[in-house]
Design a protein around this ligand. Structure first.
Ligand SMILES: [Zn+2]
Length: 146
C-alpha cells in the first residue's frame, strides 16, 4: 500500500487546529503535531484511528498504524479505523541523499550512492564527482539516472 492508497482507504481527517499543517491534501493539512493541542486531540481519538508518522530505519519515512513514540514526527487520524490485530506500514518517502560538497539532494532508496562514496571517504555525489571518482566508487553506470 502506498500513501495515496492509504489516504483513499482510511480517509485521514484534516487538522482543524493548525491551518498550515503538513501533508496538504487539497482541503488542508492532515498531519498533527506531537505537542500541544494537536497531540491532545490525537490522544482523544479511538486508538484504532490513530497513525504515527516517522522515520524508518532505512532513512525513508513511514506511516504506521497505532500510537507510538519512537522516531515519531507527527500523527494522523483517520475516518476509517485500522482493522484489529493488523499492523500496517505505509511508505511515504524514500531516504534522501544530501551532498555536503555541492548541496545536491536526490532520492537514494537503497543508500547505494551514500555507501559508494562513504566507502572511499569522498564527500561528493554523482553531480559533483569527477569521472575518475565516479569510476572509483563504481557508479559510472548509475550516473545517467541521477
Ligand atoms: Zn555533490
Amino acid at each position: 500500500m502506498d500513501f495515496d492508497e492509504w489516504c483513499d482507504t482510511y480517509k485521514p481527517i484534516v487538522n482543524h487546529i493548525d491551518k498550515n499543517a503538513s501533508f496538504d491534501n487539497g482541503e488542508g493539512g492532515i498531519m498533527f503535531e506531537t505537542y500541544g493541542d494537536e497531540v491532545e486531540f490525537v490522544k482523544a481519538q479511538d486508538a484504532n484511528k490513530i497513525w504515527m508518522y516517522g522515520d524508518g530505519d532505512d532513512g525513508g519515512s513511514y506511516i504506521w498504524s497505532g500510537w507510538g513514540f519512537v522516531n515519531r514526527l507527527g500523527y494522523f487520524i483517520t475516518d476509517k479505523p485500522c482493522p484489529d490485530n493488523v499492523t500496517i506500514q505505509v511508505r511515504v518517502s524514500y531516504n534522501w541523499f544530501y551532498c555536503e560538497n555541492c548541496s545536491a539532494e536526490f532520492e537514494d532508496p537503497d543508500n547505494i550512492i551514500r555507501d559508494a562514496f562513504d566507502e572511499h571517504d569522498l564527500e561528493k555525489c554523482p553531480e559533483c564527482a569527477t569521472l575518475e571518482e565516479i569510476t572509483l566508487v563504481g557508479l559510472e553506470n548509475k550516473n545517467a539516472n541521477v
